[in-house]
Design a protein. Structure first.
Length: 292
């Protein structure tokens, strides 16, 4: 049997688009992007809301029958295939990048969010009418914010908080149902979740790949390899991103000066912190603070 080609495309999004990408897509967008029988490797996160009809979809080789009034999560680096779609099928949803999530601070959150992000549970859940309508309403609010005129006051904040509201409502459904739908994780998934949980707790004190590898009883090389295969990112990039997100949160606090922020993040001094921050953001902590 001929091996199926794997397409490295995210729904509705191109590789040359901005890394801080966030979009809402329609039924027509979905139909234009998806070909029945082709295999895809996800580049981005997607939250799909199925409003009518049904589809068979393989998600990391597990097949699901997704019916109307349901929520379906697609995680980066997962392999999926839409094998059958009914004639009356209708779906809408949102697509967003890992970098956009990081900008909002989502990665440094509870273990439940870590599990949502890494696909620890099955990705498909039936939802009731009230849940469906709430998600559709939140998505419509997000869509309006994304298409708003740039001259609108507080538009970036409106986009961010509209997205967070949609993300956390969808994640709450995921978390509520996952107790009865938990699936057996492979070693790579266990390591990824274990690492992200440790990182959420210790990113302020520990920036060494070896520290996290030792805590997980693997070598640094093996941990990085597993993360790279599962998420497309290295251990070091996760650590750096966590530190930068944490730094941005602290820099927004007017009660802390930059030296105190550096101390909170366990840097030797504010100059070392400033060099690290500029390396990963392109601007100094002072410039970031002035802009925010």
């Amino acid at each position: 049997m001929k091996k199926k080609e794997v397409h490295h495309l995210g729904i509705m999004m191109h590789k040359d688009e901005h890394p801080l990408m966030l979009k809402v897509f329609s039924e027509e967008d979905f139909a234009d992007r998806i070909v029945v029988g082709e295999v895809y490797k996800a580049t981005y996160f997607s939250i799909l809301i199925v409003t009518r009809g049904s589809m068979f979809v393989k998600h990391n080789l597990r097949e699901y029958l997704v019916k109307e009034n349901s929520l379906f999560f697609i995680m980066p680096s997962t392999i999926y295939e839409f094998s059958e779609i009914s004639a009356d099928f209708a779906v809408t949803g949102s697509v967003f990048s890992v970098d956009y999530m990081s900008q909002t601070g989502i990665i440094l959150n509870t273990s439940s969010v870590v599990e949502v992000m890494t696909g620890a549970y099955q990705p498909y859940y039936a939802i009731n009418i009230e849940e469906r309508d709430l998600l559709l309403n939140l998505q419509e609010i997000l869509k309006k914010a994304l298409t708003g005129e740039e001259t609108i006051a507080f538009l970036p904040e409106m986009k961010k908080h509209s997205f967070l509201s949609l993300f956390y409502h969808a994640s709450s459904i995921y978390a509520r149902y996952n107790v009865s739908h938990k699936v057996k994780l492979n070693r790579r998934e266990e390591l990824t979740i274990g690492f992200l949980r440790l990182l959420a707790k210790h990113y302020k004190e520990e920036r060494s790949v070896k520290y996290y590898a030792d805590r997980l009883f693997v070598t640094p090389k093996h941990l990085t390899q597993m993360l790279k295969e599962g998420t497309g990112r290295t251990t070091g990039s996760f650590i750096d991103r966590a530190v930068i997100v944490g730094a941005k949160v602290l820099l927004r606090d007017p009660l802390l000066n930059i030296a105190q922020v550096a101390q909170e993040l366990n840097f030797a001094d504010q100059f070392t912190f400033a060099k690290y921050f500029k390396k990963h953001t392109g601007i100094t902590p002072s410039q970031f603070r002035a802009d925010h």
